[in-house]
Unconditional design. Sequence first.
Length: 228
Amino acid sequence: MNIVVLTGAGISAESGVPTFRDADGLWEGHRVEDVATPAAFDRSPDVVHRFYDERRRMVQKVEPNAAHSALSRLEQMVGDSLLVITQNIDDLHERAGSRRVLHMHGELLSALCRACDGRFAWDDDLADFPPCPGCGYSELRPDVVWFGEMPYELDTIDRALQKADLFVSIGTSGAVYPAAGFVRAASAYGASTLELNLAPSEGSHFFDETRHGPAGTLVPHWVDELLG
Ligand code: BV8
Ligand code: ZN
C-alpha cells in the first residue's frame, strides 16, 4: 500500500513552532504574504532576512513531537511505501528519524545563492550577507519557496500521488496552492484520503474521512491503527 502524507505547520505546533494562522498570518505586524515574497526581499532584504534568521535560530531550539516520531516509526515499518511531503521548512521530520521527506517549500537550514544557484546547509544568520561557500559572492538568500515562486519537485509529487493508495493530510489549513490541491489530485487518481487536523481545513470536504484533534494524539493513534 503506497501512502503519501502531506504535512503543514500544524504538525510542528506541539513542538512550540508557531503556525502561520496562530499569529493570524502576521509576523512583527507584517502579513506573511508580504514578507515571504521575492518582491519583499528585493525591497527590504534585511526585514526578510530577520524573519528567517529568527525562525532558523528558534527551530534549532525545539524538538520533534509524537506526531513526527509516529511518522518515522511508520517509515521504519513500511519503508519506501511511505513518502512524507512537507510544506514546513523546519527539520523536525528528519530529527524524528524520517528519511524520505520532500520539502516542497524549501528548508530554513539551507541557503540558496542568487549568483551561482548553489544550495548549502546553513544554520547561521544570513542578514550579515556572508559570502557564498560556492562562488564567494554575498548573494545568499533563504532556500525557501516564496509566494509566486515554483515549489520544489512538483513532478516527483505528482508521480507519487498517481501511485498513492492513501493520501493523508496532517496539520495544514489547505489555504496555499498547489499543496492544497493535492487531495483532489489524489482522489482523482483513485486514492483514499484522510485529514488529521486540529480543526476542519479549507479543503475538509474533499476528504473521504476527517479526524479533528491535536496531531500529537491523532497521528500516533492512526499509525497504530494502520500497523495494527
Ligand atoms: C505558486 C515557505 C506558481 C516560506 C510558504 C497571487 C499571487 C501569487 C501567487 C498566488 C496568488 N494567488 C494564489 C497564488 C498561489 C499562491 C497561493 O496559494 N496563495 C494563497 C495565499 C492563496 N501559491 C504560491 O505562490 C506557490 N507558488 O503558485 O507558483 C505555480 C502554481 C502551480 C504549479 C506551479 C507553480 C508557492 C506557495 C509557497 C509559499 N511558501 N512557505 C515560509 O515558510 O516562510 S507557504 C506557508 O503557508 C507554508 O509553507 C504552507 O504552505 C502555507 C500554509 O501554512 P500551513 O502549513 O497550512 O499552516 P497554517 O498555519 O496555514 O495552518 C495550520 C493548520 O494546522 C491549521 O489548519 C490548524 O487548524 C492546524 N493545527 C494547528 N495546531 C495543530 C493543528 N493541527 C494538528 N495539531 C495541532 N496541534
Ligand atoms: Zn554562489
